[in-house]
Design a binder for this molecule. Structure first.
Ligand SMILES: *Cc1c(COP(=O)(O)O)cnc(C)c1O
Length: 400
């Protein structure tokens, strides 16, 4: 095929695939909690690149570490050892239940690796018919074929059939349904301890304990997808640390590199042993640049006072939202979440609210027009929280 001749005439943006509904704004600069568009307008970011830039845009320590690593060693593949990868693996295991870390480049890939661990584990310990993964309705695990099969939202699966088999779904917080679904085929149960994309739904302690118990009785693995809830978001380094259970496998990505793409699948020594040499791989996984960023993120988040600050600001934002809930009773149904992973569910869709907030200089996530999801940079200040609440209050007053 010859090259199209009219390339000069069309808007260059038309060359980008239309897989996203984007807001009509083009950002050119970021710093801390702030973003600037082409016209120089300043915004306060309560999205953080979807729970990614938790230490803020262009974080100085991350930038410095990545720049230095760029001048030292960029990539050699996993045929060899590199220093940053070993350092990040060691930081992750010393601050979690896990003994071993597999590195990849995204959330979907980290869940994909977890699924492969579960299948190998099931086959090896209980035979070839043990491959099923029990997942939750309303969950989100990624967009690859396997992870979209695990995802409990039919809207993401439509038109991509046939989906890989072996994934069944039960309602969240329904212990009876989970027990009934479990059996000899069950290799694993996977869940987000707080469902993120599904609208910030916190799983109940009783349900998590049932999942742990079901897995223990069957000899199955419990997988926590902490791609969104992990990395300090909920006020502890990992979300499982505020629950009564410990998983066998945990998926991380999003905030792990503060914007540099990196994912990680963490597991106990026993669970990870089923991924023997040659059984799984990723060319870029754990690359020195990504690990240089992740090392700074881990060091910053585990430093004295950081997580305490997240809890304090999370409580402030939650209290302020609940105060708005009292004031706008007819409009606000519920405030939920943990730490700086919060949502406000409205009693009816307010689809224009995200655009109105954007015009006022605030970035938010708004699911189906009805669930306002707030995952700001963890470095957001109390003053910025109060600014946002004031604007939200005024806009909600104008809705009726
Ligand atoms: C975002 C997300 C994913 C997918 O991550 P990608 O990097 O987009 O592939 C998986 N699980 C959860 C819980 C997520 O929030």
């Amino acid at each position: 095929m010859t090259k199209k001749s009219n390339n000069q005439e069309r808007d260059p943006a038309e060359s980008v695939a239309d897989t996203y509904n984007r807001f009509p704004v083009k950002f050119i600069k970021g710093r801390g909690t702030r973003l600037w568009d082409e016209s120089g307008k300043e915004y306060i970011d309560l999205v953080a690149g979807i729970a990614v830039c938790s230490l803020g845009h262009c974080n100085e320590a991350v930038t410095w570490a990545v720049q230095k690593q760029m001048e030292t060693l960029v990539h050699v593949s996993n045929l060899y050892w590199t220093v940053p990868q070993i350092q990040v693996a060691s930081l992750l295991t010393s601050h979690s239940f896990a003994d071993k870390v597999f590195f990849c480049n995204s959330g979907a890939e980290s869940v994909e690796a977890a699924i492969k661990i579960c299948r190998r584990f099931g086959h090896a310990t209980r035979g070839p018919d043990c491959y099923e993964v029990i997942c939750l309705e309303g969950s989100f695990h990624g967009r690859t074929l396997a992870t979209v099969s695990a995802t409990g939202q039919p809207i993401y699966q439509k038109g991509f059939e046939p989906l890989p088999p072996g994934f069944i779904h039960v309602p969240p917080n329904n212990s009876m349904a989970l027990k009934l679904a479990a059996g000899p085929r069950t290799a694993a149960v996977i869940m987000e301890p707080i469902q993120g994309e599904g609208g910030i739904r916190v799983l109940e302690d009783d349900f998590l304990m049932t999942a742990r118990q079901v897995c223990d009785e069957l000899g199955a693995l419990l997988v926590f997808d902490e791609v969104q809830a992990g990395m300090g978001r909920t006020g502890t380094l990992f979300a499982y640390q505020q629950t009564p259970v410990i998983p066998d496998v945990m998926c991380l990505a999003k905030a792990l590199g503060n914007g540099i793409p990196i994912g990680a699948t963490l597991a106990t020594r026993e669970a990870m042993s089923y991924l023997s040499p040659g059984s799984h791989a990723s060319t870029f996984g754990g690359n020195p640049i990504a690990c240089a960023a992740a090392k700074v993120v881990m060091e910053t988040m585990t430093a004295d006072g950081f997580l305490e600050g997240v809890r304090r600001k999370g409580t402030l934002l939650r209290n302020e939202l609940e105060r708005l809930g009292e004031k706008h009773k007819g409009l606000i149904l519920e405030v939920r979440g943990r730490g700086l992973m919060l949502a406000v569910e409205f009693t009816r869709p307010i689809p224009q609210l995200a655009t109105q907030l954007l015009e006022e200089g605030f970035l938010v996530l708004l699911g189906q027009g009805v669930i306002l999801r707030l995952v700001p940079p963890l470095i957001i200040t109390e003053e910025e929280i109060k600014d946002f609440i004031q604007t939200l209050d005024r806009l909600l007053m104008e809705q009726d």
